[in-house]
Structures are given as C-alpha cells and as structure tokens.
Design a protein around this ligand. Structure first.
Ligand code: GLV
Ligand code: GLV
Length: 321
C-alpha cells in the first residue's frame, strides 16, 4: 500500500481519481482549513506521497518528520517556494510542480490587471454602484492607452514569455525584459530587448513581474526601484508577494509616484498591507491568476500523471531540482 496525504480540499474529481489508483490509500483533509505546522508534522508521518498546496509550508521540520517513509511531494502549484527544496534533496524526496498548463491563465490575468488599471475598470464599477454617474464627462476616469506603449517584463520563463506574446501581438507593445539569462526566442520573434532592471524600470509604461520567489528576488522591487518608475507607469504582480516591498508600494501609490498597481499576490498573504485597501489606484485580486477552468483541470491531471509515473517506476521525470 502507498499512503498518500492530500493536505487540503482539491477539486473532487482529482481527489477521487487519486483514491482510485491501484494499491493506494489516501488521507484527505476535506476542509478549506490550512493544516498548521504541528498538524502537518503529525499528518506526514507514515506517508509516502504528499499532495501539497502553495499554502502548506513544507519546511525542514515537516520533511524530517516524514522522511522515514516520504518519497515524493507533489505540489499543486507552479511555484514551490512553500517547500524547502534543499531539505527534500538531502532526504532524496522528489518534488514536482504543475508547470505549463497554467501559463496562459496567469499571462491573461496579468493582462487583465493591466487593462483594469489603465482603464480604471474597478473604479468605474464602484462609481456606478455608488450611483455617482450623472452624465458623460470628458475627463471622467482617464487612463493611458496600452497600444504602442512599452512593457517591461521581469522574468521571461514560460509565463513572462506568454505575456510578451499577448502584449506584442495583441497590443503592438514594445517589449523590454530582464532576467538572469537572455531569451533569444522573444528577441527574435517579438523584437524584445534585454535590459538592466534599472533601465527597464525607467523606460517602461507597464512593468510585470514573473520571477520565482528566491532569496535573490525577495524585495527585488523596493522603495528605490519603485522610485525609478515613471509617474505614469503601472506595476503588475502575479508572481509572489514578497518580490515587492509592499509597504513601499503602498507609500508609492499613496504619493501617486506611479499611476497604479495591479496585484494578485501579497507579501503577508492573505492580508494586504492595510493602507492599500484605502487607495483607488490599485486593483487587487485574491491570488486567482491561475484560476481558469482549464488551468485547474490541467493542474489536477498533471499531479495525477506524476503520481502514476512514480507508482509505476519509482521515478519522476519532472522533478524540480
Ligand atoms: C500559483 O500561484 C501557483 O504557484 O500555482
Ligand atoms: C463616446 O461615447 C463618444 O461617442 O465619443
């Protein structure tokens, strides 16, 4: 028997499919409540596979608690900063994420936030609901057009590249990018230019972040970086909250040092810095950039495929390390 822990409620069809795998016994936290560290440590003992969510902090203590039996952690997310990869490696525990299938969803959400910020969609909606609309006004809720503007994409992995495609083909945007390495595909196909982060921040009308959360990317966008952006610029973050110094962002928005921000992830998730809630020049969504029917289905199928591979061969092809 292979013991599989599913740490929290996932779509029922995937849970059922996992339960039906041959010679498998599943342990399932059938609630929306995130297991505490102590609960995780208890739950992981005796498990061979853990299906985890990005809200589960699988740190060294949890990994060590499970290490006698634990062979594989299947993270139901593309990001895996919730897992101590070094500790998993030391114990020869495989770790997988769910890449590719959610790329388009996240890129589309980044563009949705760009449009919502530029065209002030949420402010307009509030204006209507509050019964403030009396008559058409030439200068009501003005914002920048997107076509022909410059987008700076920080991190051009799959998601950053997909956003570049949308920006280039859909809006004729000029693309600047920054990454630890050059991406010849977007340079060739989308006429993108590789630039330093400072240059990107100074030149871009829209800046969108698509880096993983690592020690080197924490607060990559801080007070200084925000001050380098144009006063008319829009910042989009659909990556991980701590990539941006959120207190500095709140001050920057309050002082109108940039035009707006579209934010899906938070430094102290689930709570945004309180000041943000009072500002009109920010559009906030609750970490839903990958929340399409297609992406969720793909994520579930990816986890199941990986578990099947593991059960049949004891190996995992797309281990993250
Ligand atoms: C979502 O943020 C994910 O990493 O899947
Ligand atoms: C706006 O509604 C216009 O007709 O210009």
């Amino acid at each position: 028997m292979v013991n599989i822990l599913i740490t929290r409620k996932i779509p029922k069809e995937f849970k059922d499919e996992i339960s039906k795998l041959k010679d498998v016994k599943t342990y399932y936290n059938d609630s929306d409540k995130v297991l505490s560290k102590i609960e995780l440590i208890k739950a992981v003992r005796g498990m061979n596979i853990v299906v985890s969510l990005l809200t589960d902090k699988i740190d060294r203590d949890v990994i060590e608690a499970g290490s006698e039996s634990l062979k594989y952690i299947a993270n139901y997310a593309v990001g895996f900063d919730n897992i101590d990869i070094e500790a998993a490696k030391e114990k020869n525990i495989f770790v997988t994420n769910t890449p590719d299938i959610m790329t388009q969803a996240v890129a589309e959400h980044a563009m949705a936030l760009m449009l919502a910020c530029a065209r002030r969609i949420i402010e307009g909606d509030r204006f209507m609901r509050e019964g403030k609309y009396r008559y058409w006004m030439p200068e009501l809720l003005l914002g920048p057009e997107i076509a022909g503007k410059t987008i700076g994409i920080v991190g051009v992995g799959r998601i950053g590249q997909a956003l570049a495609e949308i920006a280039y083909h859909g809006f004729g945007m000029k693309i600047l990018y920054h990454d630890i390495k050059k991406c010849e595909d977007i340079e060739r196909n989308l006429q993108a230019d590789y630039v330093s982060l400072n240059h990107l921040l100074e030149e871009s009308d829209f800046v969108s972040l698509h880096v993983p959360l690592l020690p080197e990317t924490k607060h990559m966008i801080g007070r200084h970086e925000l001050s380098e952006m144009k006063k008319t610029a829009v910042l989009i973050n659909t990556s991980r909250g701590p990539v941006v110094d959120e207190i500095a962002l709140a001050d920057t928005l309050e002082e109108k040092q940039i035009f707006a921000a579209g934010i899906d992830v938070y430094e102290f998730e689930p709570n945004p810095v309180a000041k943000l809630l009072k500002l009109n020049n920010i559009v906030m969504t609750p970490h839903i950039a990958s929340a399409t029917e297609e992406a969720r289905k793909g994520m579930g199928e990816c986890v199941i495929r990986n578990i099947e591979d593991f059960l049949s061969s004891g190996k995992i092809k797309n281990n993250v390390y």
